[in-house]
Design a protein around this ligand. Sequence first.
Ligand code: SF4
Length: 241
Amino acid sequence: MANIVEIFSSIQGEGLYIGTRQVFVRFAGCNMACAYCDTPESRTFGKEALIECTPGRRDFSKIANPLSIECLAQHINSLLTLRHHSISLTGGEPLCQVDALVELTAKLDAPKYLETNGILFEQLAKILPQLDIISMDIKLPSIAGKEYWQEHHEFLRLASTKEVFVKIVVTGQSSKNELQQAFELVASINKSIPVILQPVTPLNGCESVLPADILLYQEQALSVLSSVRVIPQTHKFMGQL
Ligand code: SF4
């Protein structure tokens, strides 16, 4: 069984695969509480999941949680009538429900793209063989409230056996030192792993990063990494989910 927030077809608005069409499966529950979280409703288990009936038409129906894996897989695969790049397993933090995820991914008919906060490495090890692409966050201590360097290092070491890219949300509170630590962490595993610097979408009083600073941070990253892009959350200004 799995606790789900919503399932729908939309445009990927972040990261390396920006602009591609995906089916999004938003899992409920998260092990973090980031100040800039744009899906706070997904951090807890809700009574009902919203399921889109026709890809991209927003004709949602409500289904009681938890959903059986069989039923969930059926709903997801029914949206693949339109050609989709992949299925985004997102949240919340999907790895919080890793046993359901392992069962589900075996039944899906399109490539599996995991969006994760990059901390739960033991859970990642369980699902890794069934994943195609991993979008992994590195959470900076200035926003997470504590350091996760060891967890992130172990997570990325495992994830680097698959296609992976790293996303770092940068805010007005981010510091040069913590960013340097993040860049060196990635470089210590493989300096070719693509890194996306994502200027924060200012929510809940989160301070935007200054335009001059993001240029400096990209230069800093490029001194140790070979592929560094700056990409904001584009689905927000396209009015997409
Ligand atoms: S990890 Fe993601 S879902 Fe969880 S609180 Fe942070 S931004 Fe929100």
